[in-house]
Design a protein around this ligand. Structure first.
Ligand code: SAM
Length: 288
């Protein structure tokens, strides 16, 4: 499990013995936070690797393949996203991408584990300047709250145009982020027109979890879309679920705004390519 010193490799094991691994030069940090075991490795070819409870969160080289897919499709499908909530995302990569949108007036990130923010700030070249400003409360359009996203969303009086759930997998502190009750409070806290997105796990290896989340979201949102994207470091393709409130068509994005972002992985001009799914998974989703 995890780090194999002899092989100098870190492997994340998925169900049925499927592994995703990196050759590593060394482990550079390791701690048990209040919530999870956190490790950082220097890999041979992908920069530093962040691991939480044995699961790969990101590698510095290629993290945009996840953050671009999570953030920009919803931000470009919303006509005017001004207020954004990020739940989880302690490495800062998601908030970094959100703040690239000029329409955003305020973006709030609610991360349960201060240890992830601190370690990302200290060791990772992902969003350390942004995290520094957030910690010092010097980011004019961004705010960091250390707390449970489930509780925050239930209790807040704020309303959002876009809610992005950038969480760990549906076990431990992230479990409730995939519940119908949580989707209901997200729906309630969206403005009249709003979008909700969550990562939903590996298409092939967490198909049941994807189907469960899809079913639960369909009970709550006006429409639910699914898409997949190849993400470096995960058992790809990775799935994403989008819940819509009001009259937004997630199949269309503002290509002009998208072009200005000069993205590397997600291509707003080929937005329709997001929706490809292996046939049997599509069939399962359509029947769900
Ligand atoms: N990109 C990653 C992935 O999909 O593997 C997720 C990265 S991000 C570091 C995930 C974060 O979600 C973790 O830092 C974790 O502490 C946070 N998290 C988990 N449950 C949470 C909750 N209930 N409220 C807020 N943050 C939560």
């Amino acid at each position: 499990m995890g780090y194999n010193e002899k092989e100098r490799a870190f492997i994340e094991w998925y169900p049925r013995g499927y592994g995703v691994g990196f050759k590593v030069k060394q482990r550079i940090f390791e701690t048990q936070t209040e919530y999870q075991r956190l490790e950082i490795y220097e890999t041979e070819g992908f920069g530093k690797l962040l691991v939480l409870d044995g699961t790969v969160q990101l590698v510095e080289v290629g993290e945009e393949s996840y953050h671009e897919a999570l953030v920009h499709p919803v931000m470009l499908a919303h006509p005017n996203p001004r207020r954004v909530l990020v739940i989880g995302g302690g490495d800062g990569g998601t908030l970094r991408e959100v703040l690239r949108h000029k329409t955003v007036e305020k973006a709030t990130m609610v991360e349960i584990d201060e240890g992830v923010v601190e370690a990302s700030y200290l060791y990772l070249d992902v969003a350390s300047e942004l995290l520094d400003r957030l910690i010092k409360k010097e980011e004019p359009r961004g705010e960091l709250i250390i707390g449970d996203g489930v509780r925050y969303l239930k209790e807040t009086d704020e309303r959002f145009d876009v809610i992005i759930v950038d969480s760990t997998d549906p076990v431990g502190p992230a479990k409730l982020l995939f519940s119908e009750e949580f989707y209901r409070s997200a729906y309630e806290k969206l403005n009249e027109r709003g979008l909700y997105i969550t990562q939903a796990g590996s298409v092939y290896l967490f198909t049941n979890e994807l189907l469960d989340a899809y079913r639960a979201m369909k009970k709550v949102f006006d429409r639910v879309y699914y898409f997949s994207f190849p993400v470096i470091g995960y058992a790809s393709p990775w799935s994403f679920l989008v819940g819509v409130k009001g009259d937004i068509d997630f199949r269309k994005v503002d290509v002009e705004r998208g072009r200005e972002l000069e993205l590397y992985y997600y291509d707003p001009e080929r937005h329709e390519t997001l929706f490809q799914m292996p046939k049997y998974v599509r069939d399962l989703l359509e029947r769900a």
